[in-house]
Design a protein around this ligand. Structure first.
Ligand code: XMP
Length: 517
């Protein structure tokens, strides 16, 4: 792999993603790993990430000079660039000139090495205080900026490279090209990390792990669990049983999508637990958001356990106990819970509404090396329909937390209709990819006066909550076109009985959250 050494900034994951966008496999390792341990992983190339420290600060993570003698191509970025310069005898100085954000660069001579192919000096993305003021012996200075006398350097013979700026950041001009120049030309790597290779490799790994054993997989309706299940199904066929708990809080067409589309495109064996009654009963009269969430979580576990017990009992009667549980854990979950080191004791992430901790299964996690966009690519490779692969995030508690007030079948039915209209119009306008998600919320305890035909109405408002976001941690409301908003409003008030008003939520997160509960 290409190893991205994480110096503690938020950039390491981004770098690893960009490397994979260049179709080269990458993994993140913590900077606390010794040079020996890094080299033991047999890296094809190493990228040293940015970090928050000054190389001279007490306790600043250092890089041993021996890392650069191993013959492995290395690219240093920001802090990693300075650490490389420092380790090899260059000078890093507090120039007093801080640079943040977009910064003009100058070529030192013609564009070459990792800058080859740049027609104009790129406007780069900077975030640094210290600067390299003198490059180490044998290094060729490639570029400068006002605040960085040495902004990029290379030692072609030793295949060592560095940039002060952040090529991984999207608004850094020529950024992806710098990374690709390093990977393809500097390190001589091929662009062969592709969805079909990932599928092929994972199928082998799953077969080796599971053998002739049996596995179960919970389907949430989301992308991750669907792709994980489809991969495992491809590897072990009918040894896998998928479990889908229909809690009755789904959107229109969702249960059908799992029942029909998923099975049609994967051939997976599906066990559907129709638990609508259980959830509606448990939620009867409950209005407090946290209480609703807790009830739904608790009932979900019970429903899943009941389904699991039925499947396990059947398998046992055939003499083949279920030994494996498939989970759609992704790489960011792994990195965030310990950098991918000591993988055996990383806690198991629960992507199906929170499965119990003490499940007596061995985990199968075929997506644990993948980022979200790669999961989607693998899903497409496996033939899953676009409706599943490109699905916008939908909360586990479903429409239960989009009805403000108590949940009942009548209210669910109103919300389902309104939501289906809003989604259909968004799709028809070709704007699915413009929004991160668009919750549609029913204010079930609020009524307002309206007029329809010659009649006074006293109905409920529907809230549209379209948001744009990178990661759901922060979000802004999406500025959807007015004509689209009026089409949605017209259709909902005309077609959905009980709704006489549609309002738009124009709040960012923070201070609001994306969902209303
Ligand atoms: P909030 O409302 O906290 O939502 O801004 C952030 C993102 O998380 C989703 N969400 C959930 N997803 N189970 C989930 O799987 C949940 O209980 C849950 N609650 C919120 C929400 O849709 C948004 O994408």
């Amino acid at each position: 792999p290409v190893l991205v050494v994480d110096y503690g900034a938020q950039y390491a994951q981004l770098i690893a993603r960009r490397v994979r966008e260049a179709r080269v496999y990458s993994e993140i390792v913590p900077h606390t790993l010794s040079t020996e341990a890094i080299l033991a992983k047999n890296p094809a190339a190493i990228i040293l990430s940015g970090g928050p420290s000054s190389v001279y600060a007490d306790g600043a993570p250092s890089v041993g000079a021996d890392l650069f003698d191993a013959g492995v191509p290395v690219l240093g970025i920001c802090y990693g660039f300075q650490a490389m310069a420092n380790a090899l005898g260059g000078t890093v100085a507090e120039t007093g000139l801080r640079e943040y954000g977009r910064t003009a660069s100058e070529f030192n001579g013609e564009a070459r090495s990792i800058l080859a192919g740049a027609t104009v000096p790129p406007t780069v993305w900077m975030s640094h205080g210290d600067s390299v003021s003198k490059a180490p012996e044998g290094f060729d200075v490639l570029a400068t900026t006002a605040g960085a006398p040495v902004a990029a350097f290379a030692n072609e013979e030793k295949r060592l490279y560095g940039v002060q700026w952040h090529p991984e950041v999207k608004h850094c001009e020529f950024g992806q090209d710098v990374l690709e120049n390093f990977l393809y030309n500097g390190a001589g790597l091929k662009a062969d990390w592709t969805a079909d290779n990932i599928v092929e490799e994972q199928v082998e790994i799953i077969r080796a792990q599971v053998g002739t054993g049996k596995a179960i997989c919970g389907l949430s309706g989301g992308v991750d669990s669907a792709v994980a299940a489809a991969l495992v199904q491809k590897a072990i066929g009918d040894q896998l049983t998928c479990v889908f708990v229909n809690h009755g809080l789904l959107r229109e067409g969702e249960a059908e999508q799992v029942e029909k589309d998923f099975v049609a495109s994967t051939g997976a064996k599906l066990y559907i637990a129709d638990e609508r009654e259980r959830f509606l009963t448990a939620l009867d009269g409950v209005t407090d958001p946290e209480t609703k969430r807790k009830i739904i979580g608790r009932e979900f576990i019970r429903a899943f356990e009941a389904a699991e017990a039925a499947i396990v009992a059947e398998a046992a009667s055939e003499g083949e106990p279920v030994k494996f549980l498939v989970q759609g854990t992704l790489y960011p979950d792994i990195v965030e819970s310990g950098g991918g080191e000591g993988t055996s004791n990383i806690k198991s992430h629960h992507n199906v509404g929170g499965l119990p901790e003490d499940l007596q299964f061995e985990l199968v996690e075929p997506l644990r090396a993948l980022f979200k966009d790669e999961v989607r690519a693998v899903g497409r490779e496996l033939g899953l329909p676009e409706e599943i692969v490109n699905r916008q995030p939908f909360p586990g508690p479903g429409l239960g937390i989009r009805i403000i007030g108590a949940v009942n079948e009548e209210r669910l039915s109103i919300l389902r209709k309104a939501d289906a209209i809003a989604r259909a119009e968004l799709t028809a306008a070709g704007l699915d990819n413009e929004v991160w998600q668009m919750p549609v919320v029913l204010l079930a305890d609020v009524r307002s006066v309206g007029v329809q035909g010659d009649h006074r109405t006293y109905g409920h408002p529907i809230v549209l909550r379209p948001v744009s976001s990178e990661d759901a941690m922060t979000a802004d409301w999406s500025h959807l076109p007015y004509d689209l908003l009026s089409r949605i409003s017209n259709r909902i008030t005309n077609e959905v009985d009980g709704v006489n008003r549609v309002v738009l939520d124009v709040t960012s997160k923070p201070p609001a959250t994306i969902e209303w509960e």
